[in-house]
Design a protein around this ligand. Structure first.
Ligand SMILES: Cc1cc2nc3c(=O)[nH]c(=O)nc-3n(C[C@H](O)[C@H](O)[C@H](O)COP(=O)(O)OP(=O)(O)OC[C@H]3O[C@@H](n4cnc5c(N)ncnc54)[C@H](O)[C@@H]3O)c2cc1C
Length: 379
């Protein structure tokens, strides 16, 4: 953490911001319309070294700055797409994948040549993964995979799916599950883009697997032991989602602050009204608190001691803050914020997915209640 404290973290943020803006901002609107980031952008990000940022260790603080700055661009679909590829899906391969698997997939992911997706959710397996039905039957030297994964970001453009499957059909809930890398071009894979309210550039799809052959070497870690990997991966995912949403909240608050200072009503800027000033003051105060907590959580992860409770607190509070900030953006922009193609309306639509994806707020509260020792806090 030491090299990134204070000013150094600030200058790193400025550097990241400039590089991200140069790479992404000219493309974001087109990506929202098209539904995904084009391959040239992935390569440009890779050329900047932005798809190869640390997933753990002391240097992870650099990644956290990147995630926050990616969020500050104000495009939740873009940040989700990159976050899933370079962090959430990559972590399972980097931490638990064999050397051969890492050599085969991670190197191409880091070069922006192979886009990765994370295929965990199903119709009957969202907050409660015990309803998982996607199955892998032993065949030849590997498996045949059947099932439908829902709401898979990067779905249509992915070259690989890090997929949660049941390898022991009879065992209960997550016991007997495995993580497999499924090649998107294998026979039997069909992807269907979904028309979501927001996150338009996140390329969210349903993905159907019909007797898809998966070789044994595409197993991540050990067979039937995915629960163990998920425990670590899901906490990481919540922290990553939290840092991205933190940047998103900052973007909305800045937009709102600028607007109320320049919009004139009754002969004065909107910002002279105490009710508006206080709403903004509350947002700014909450942002500062959550941001400071966010970097504490990042430090915990960098030191190898990320806890479920704190990862969930960060995810809960930053996504809820982003949603509140986007809601107030609409309110104080008046009717122009309600125009469907305005930036404010997009922020509003996008923010409501943040409190569902990567774990709904209610689930985060359950995790917090179960993990944090309230007695110790009160001592
Ligand atoms: C834009 C977007 C992108 C996504 N990308 C991916 C992806 O790339 N890969 C992937 O695998 N999945 C992805 N998901 C799926 C996401 O992880 C799930 O939506 C999430 O886990 C919630 O599951 P669910 O939608 O089935 O809701 P359910 O589990 O059916 O819950 C419905 C609602 O009930 C409430 N609820 C749930 N549990 C409780 C509880 N214990 N107490 C009180 N209330 C509760 C919550 O409000 C929740 O939203 C994405 C989702 C969205 C919206």
């Amino acid at each position: 953490m030491k090299p990134y404290l204070g000013e150094t973290r600030g200058s790193l943020a400025v550097d990241m911001r400039e590089r991200l803006r140069a790479c992404l901002l000219p493309e974001t609107e087109a990506a929202e319309v098209r539904g995904y980031l084009p391959s040239a952008i992935w390569r440009a990000l890779a050329d900047e070294g932005l798809l190869d940022l640390p997933l753990n260790g002391e240097d992870f603080v650099r990644s956290a700055v990147f995630l926050e700055e990616l969020g500050r661009l104000g495009y939740a679909g873009v940040r989700a797409s990159i976050g899933v590829h370079a962090f959430m899906a990559a972590a399972y391969l980097a931490w638990f994948g064999s050397e051969a698997l890492r050599a085969r997939y991670l190197a191409r992911m880091r070069a922006g040549e192979a886009i990765a997706a994370l295929a965990i959710s199903e119709d009957q397996a969202g907050s409660d993964l015990s309803g998982l039905q996607c199955s892998a039957q032993p065949a030849n030297d590997g498996w045949l995979v059947d099932g439908i994964k829902r709401f898979v970001s990067n779905g249509s453009q992915a070259k690989l799916f890090v997929t949660l499957v049941k390898t022991q059909a009879r065992r209960h809930a997550l016991a007997g599950c495995s993580l497999l890398v499924i090649d998107a071009h294998a026979p039997g894979v069909t992807r269907t883009p979904l028309n979501l309210l927001g996150w338009k550039s996140a390329d969210v799809c349903d993905v159907r697997f019909e007797r898809v052959p998966v070789p044994r070497e595409n197993l991540i870690g050990k067979a039937d032991k995915a629960f163990r990997y998920l425990m670590q991966g899901l906490d990481f995912e919540r922290m990553v989602a939290g840092m991205l949403a933190l940047g998103g909240a900052a973007h909305s608050i800045r937009l709102l602050d600028r607007f109320v200072r320049q919009r004139i009503g009754h002969g004065a800027p909107l910002s002279v009204n105490q009710s508006i000033r206080h709403e903004l003051a509350d947002l700014i105060a909450e942002l500062r608190l959550v941001r400071s907590f966010g970097y504490q959580v990042v430090t915990q992860h960098a030191e190898g001691r990320l806890g479920s409770g704190d990862a969930s607190i960060l995810k809960l509070r930053s996504t809820e803050l982003a949603r509140r900030a986007a809601g107030l953006c609409v309110q104080f922009h008046g009717a122009r914020g309600y125009l469907s193609d305005s930036e404010v309306a997009r922020l509003y639509r996008d923010a409501s997915a943040g409190t569902i994806a990567a774990g709904a707020s209610e689930l985060m509260r359950e995790m917090i209640f179960d993990s944090v020792d309230a007695e110790a806090l009160l001592d």
